[in-house]
Design a protein around this ligand. Structure first.
Ligand code: ZN
Ligand code: ZN
Length: 558
């Protein structure tokens, strides 16, 4: 039914033809698009803070996939009829993002088909957390939605079970592990909102059913987790939306690795006698590694790891303000919290930010605690995130990295750019700010800080090399560990974690270096202009929302 209403509305819109008719028309199409998008994808709506469809939880079955396809082709048809010649640059960017989002739906359902082979796609915890954590809902609304959504968990997991075909063992194991966290979340947080426990019990039984089904098929799960060159190239195009191809970015990363090794060799030469009382090894990589290892002795204590992070946030704020790098809104606070159980398993630290409809909700800095770590793995983790690296991590995740960018993104006048955020722009910005802060004198240009920054940056570079090499070139675990430990100087635990992550995701690890390279090159180009101002460049860049860098570039160079 919803599909017909779009077509009727478009007929009406094309009828209006005034001087600024195309702008008004596009504004209406944009609104109509986003409204129908949320109706089509209720859990995406909840996570963006649009709560009209919180009561829904659609099973991803054949009927849903067909309905998605009708939705996509109706909208592509509508958008193709727009007169691009009359549109403003800012609207053209939105149009590109809308079309990109629609094409992605088809790519994921028809070509990549991770819904068949990746059981970890199915996880309802977030769908409840988005309601529970919402600041723009009262408790009566929350209760009503949660009570309705919990009744739909059963059919959600029934559809999930039916979808699974030839899964990869790695993704199957992840789904099994995560189901424990999901149940824990439902039993604690969600349970508080339910009057009777019958629906909760049914939901828990459904999750258990899915999980035990996965356990029975795990021994025969055979699919290679590597997606191969063909799928990797297309996924890169859809997810990253760069000017460059995956192979081009891979080449850039190989070159950058060489540059970084060269710079690190110089720093090691300068610092060696200050820290080491043995002769420097002839093998440069071994010398760098030994020195990094020595400097890593300076690290936080495992019991006060979170407090060390909390303490740094106001210091970073002060530096950004003092150096006039970017306006930071003092009314948007950042809270450090331990990573909730249902999100655990992939990254050590991450940002949970409110969506564009829920701007007043809190932004959280999730930090994984070291409680479950053995003494050895905690030590390894703390050395990896040592005194220097922890500061760069906070720049990346919090200020002026992800946290600051997301505040700007939510203030972006375009709902499309806020909603269809480009991952490479988002990660690229965070990586760019690390270098920008160092260039602005953060850490007093101490050679120790520069060496550690280079090591951290090398990690980003090697993320790209690793992702491409594993999925496209068929790298095995020992190849990956060699790159990460011997050439990128990582601790064993970090390298093992990255190997786990590259098995579970594809292309995402390329987003950091790709976005960074695009932003850095754009800034260098803008610097050539007479009245270049770094603060203005940053604020202007962020004002376009989380659009692909290539689209922002078009607007900024105009
Ligand atoms: Zn130690
Ligand atoms: Zn990041």
């Amino acid at each position: 039914m919803k599909k017909y209403s779009i077509i009727i509305l478009i007929g009406f819109l094309f009828a209006c033809q005034s001087k600024s008719g195309s702008d008004i028309q596009f504004e209406q199409i944009r609104n109509s698009f986003i409204q129908s998008w949320w109706k089509q994808f209720p859990t995406l709506a909840s996570s963006a803070g649009f709560h009209e469809y919180d009561a829904e939880l659609e099973p991803y079955n054949q009927a849903t996939r067909e309905s998605d396809k009708v939705f996509v082709s109706a909208w592509l048809d509508t958008l193709s009829k727009l007169d691009n010649g009359k549109m403003e640059a800012n609207d053209l960017t939105d149009l590109a993002l809308m079309k990109g989002a629609l094409h992605s739906i088809l790519f994921y359902s028809d070509t990549l088909k991770a819904w068949q082979w990746d059981p970890s796609n199915y996880n309802v915890a977030g769908a409840f957390a988005d309601i529970i954590n919402a600041k723009n809902l009262d408790s009566i609304q929350k209760r009503k939605s949660i009570q309705s959504r919990i009744k739909k968990v059963k059919s959600y997991y029934e559809a999930a079970k039916e979808n699974i075909q030839n899964p990869s063992p790695e993704h199957t194991q992840l789904a099994i592990d995560q189901s424990e966290g999901v149940k824990e979340y439902l039993n604690s947080e969600v349970s508080n909102w339910l009057e009777t426990k019958t629906d909760l019990q049914e939901a828990i039984t459904a999750i258990d059913g899915f999980s035990s089904y996965l356990k029975t098929i795990l021994p025969t799960a055979k699919r290679d987790f590597r997606i191969g060159k063909e799928l990797f190239d297309i996924k890169f195009k859809h997810d990253i939306q760069s000017e460059w191809t995956a192979a081009e970015v891979y080449e850039k990363a190989i070159n950058r690795k060489k540059e970084l090794h060269f710079e690190m060799a110089k720093l090691t030469n300068d610092l060696w006698s200050k820290y080491m009382n043995v002769e420097m090894p002839k093998d440069t990589l071994k010398a760098i590694s030994a020195l990094i290892n020595k400097i890593s002795d300076k690290h936080a204590h495992r019991d006060s790891f979170m407090q060390s992070i909390e303490k740094q946030i106001p210091e970073l704020q002060a530096f950004v303000n003092e150096k006039q790098l970017l306006f930071l809104d003092p009314k948007k606070p950042l809270k450090v919290r331990r990573t909730p159980g249902y999100m655990d398993g992939v990254a050590g630290a991450s940002i949970s930010a409110p969506g564009p409809y829920d701007k007043d909700a809190e932004t959280f800095y999730n930090v994984s605690t070291l409680e479950k770590f053995t003494k050895e793995s905690a030590e390894s983790y703390l050395r990896e995130y040592n005194h220097y690296i922890l500061q760069i991590l906070n720049i990346h995740e919090a200020i002026p990295g992800h946290y600051a960018q997301l505040v700007y993104s939510n203030n972006s006048p375009s709902i499309i750019k806020s909603v269809f955020g480009n991952g490479a722009m988002v990660e690229g910005w965070a990586v760019y700010t690390e270098r920008m802060m160092i260039e602005a004198g953060y850490g007093n240009a101490e050679p120790e800080m520069l060496l550690m920054y280079n090591k951290w940056h090398l990690r980003t570079v090697c993320n790209t090399i690793l992702d491409y090499s594993v999925h496209v070139k068929g790298w095995k675990k020992e190849d990956a560990i060699h790159l990460l430990v011997d050439e990128a100087f990582q601790q064993q635990a970090e390298a093992e974690g990255k190997w786990k992550r590259v098995q579970l995701s594809q292309v995402q690890l390329c987003s950091y270096f790709t976005g960074y390279s695009e932003i850095y090159e754009l800034r260098e180009e803008m610097k050539k202009k007479k009245d270049f101002d770094l603060k203005k460049f940053h604020e202007s860049f962020l004002s376009y929302g989380s659009a692909p860098v290539k689209e922002i570039k078009k607007l900024m160079l105009k």
